[in-house]
Design a protein around this ligand. Sequence first.
Ligand SMILES: Cc1ncc(COP(=O)(O)O)c(C=O)c1O
Length: 338
Amino acid sequence: LALNESPFAPSDQIAAVIKQSAAVANCYGNPACTRLVNAISETYAIPVERLICGNGSEELLEVVARTFVQRDDEIVLSQYGYIVFEMIARRLNARLVKAPESNYVCQADALLDCITSSTRLIFLANPNNPTGTMMSVAQVQQLLQALPNHIVLVIDLAYGEFVGFDYCEHIHKLVADYDNVVVTRTFSKAFSLAGLRVGWAHAPAWMIPGLYAARGMGTVNALAQAAAVVSLQELVLVREQVRLIRSECQRITDALENLGVRCIASETNFLLMTIVGSSRESTEALVDFVFDNEGILITLAREAGLERFFRVSVSTIENNNRLISAVERFLEQCKELD
Ligand SMILES: Cc1ncc(COP(=O)(O)O)c(C=O)c1O
């Protein structure tokens, strides 16, 4: 339960289309992902000239940064922003500027305070990984109203579906209203296709040719394209799975908080938590205990300032029960040792 994947396997229809595509894997996939772009356009009512697909949204995050950021330019992100933003900045030799969060939530004012004449781009995962928290649409609007329009705001909606499809729609509207906003989405989380690597970006039409130029020609493989098209026909199933995951997220929160674990209120399919009064060593011991006793892998937070936190992906009821029970046994063992 370490990578915030979906616990649900792709549907039989998707498995069948992957098999069909595998039979013609001697041919390249379509570099423009035409069928997938059309399907995304129809599903979300976004013009095709504002869409580009990528090898996971991770590729597109880097493609956008590579398009707008040069060595020594500044990239702003929040204090506990997604670690890949930091990795991208380092690959580009850009300077990283981190805005303080309040209560593990990113703040519009704090991001704006970080802006200098060298700022080229802001990365905002909303909700964010690893915190699971988010800014409201109104707060994002507040950020955009004050943001100079030569600075690009990338809003990463990898977990947007867990907040709601309506929420995603509101965020996408910002791309129509502002010429400097890019929204990225993924098929890896709510759509259960993490292993195929496919994501997409909604950007102002003027940016799209530049993003294609910065992206590799055939980075979205044919199997991924075909599967993603079918997954968009299964929105009823996706919504139901999202509902189950959100309800399990609440159930895990309640159960672990009862045991004295502090869970940061999550809007996603994962939880960031810490055992009250724990040290880095005891948090590591918990991660080891859960693995040794249940074979369940959970993640130690890597961000500076979150050393006593661990992150858990919400899974099936059975796996979640095993996790809760392992944490309970670990805490009992700690009490006995005291
Ligand atoms: C906030 C965030 N953005 C993007 C990604 C990357 O997703 P993808 O599988 O689409 O590359 C992740 C994956 O964990 C994530 O947590």
